[in-house]
Design a protein around this ligand. Sequence first.
Ligand SMILES: [Zn+2]
Ligand SMILES: [Zn+2]
Length: 280
Amino acid sequence: MAIGITLLGTGSPLPDPLRAGPSTLVQAGGANLLVDAGRGVLMRLAAAGLGPGQITAVLITHLHSDHLTDLNDVITTRWITSFPATPLIILGPPGTANVVDHLMAMLSADISYRIHHHDDLTDPPVVHVTECVAGMKFEFDEVTVSIDETDHRPVEPSIGFRIDHEGAGVVLAGDTIPCEGLDRLCSGADALVHTAIRADIVATIPMQRMQDILDYHSSVEQAAQTAQRCGVGTLILTHYVPAFAPGEGQDWRDLAATEFTGRIEVGDDLHHVTVTAAQP
Ligand SMILES: [Zn+2]
Ligand SMILES: [Zn+2]
């Protein structure tokens, strides 16, 4: 059966008028899984035809702000636009509960205003956070979510997700360099969604802040090597640094194709890819 993947936000920490922050929607069975919640996530989710009340779970790969800066918007807007509001399930690495606790504290004035103003809003938003480590598995609406560790050091812990549904499997790597945990997730997967940077371009930017990103992200070639090594059918690149103009990106595809012989997908926000199980 098919798994739908929508790149909600293909941007990076750098503000871009045309690219929202990192976030990917994975739809399988009856589940709508939101992987990371970067800048503008609910605008792009609306463009994909979904509201925050329809999110089955939010999966956070790591606690870098660009990957979760709009998580508070997901919490608040789900709460005030669902009747009744249902608990928001969040899976993330250890440390996620602390972040969410502080988001709730940040939102406390807003929560108080709304409860006092709306007679039918009597309780604050309910958020269920599960901090995940390698080997954990979760079931949502005929979908299995598996966890393994990734390597984004010194940002740690960081985790990747594999989403399996009726024989099809998609891996969400997040930000990571090649590592055994990611290879384990990718083994036998049909698609890999991987953040990537153009190391060949970034290396030429004479700014230390940019040079610093080289050692903890995969280059396009490294992401492609991971896909090739693990026999993944489709490589979907996102989180483009530096971003390319809308409709462009052929140079990214060409670079990935030097290391990977499968299908390569690169695109703009809302780029949609359907993945089906490989024939046995
Ligand atoms: Zn990161
Ligand atoms: Zn990132």
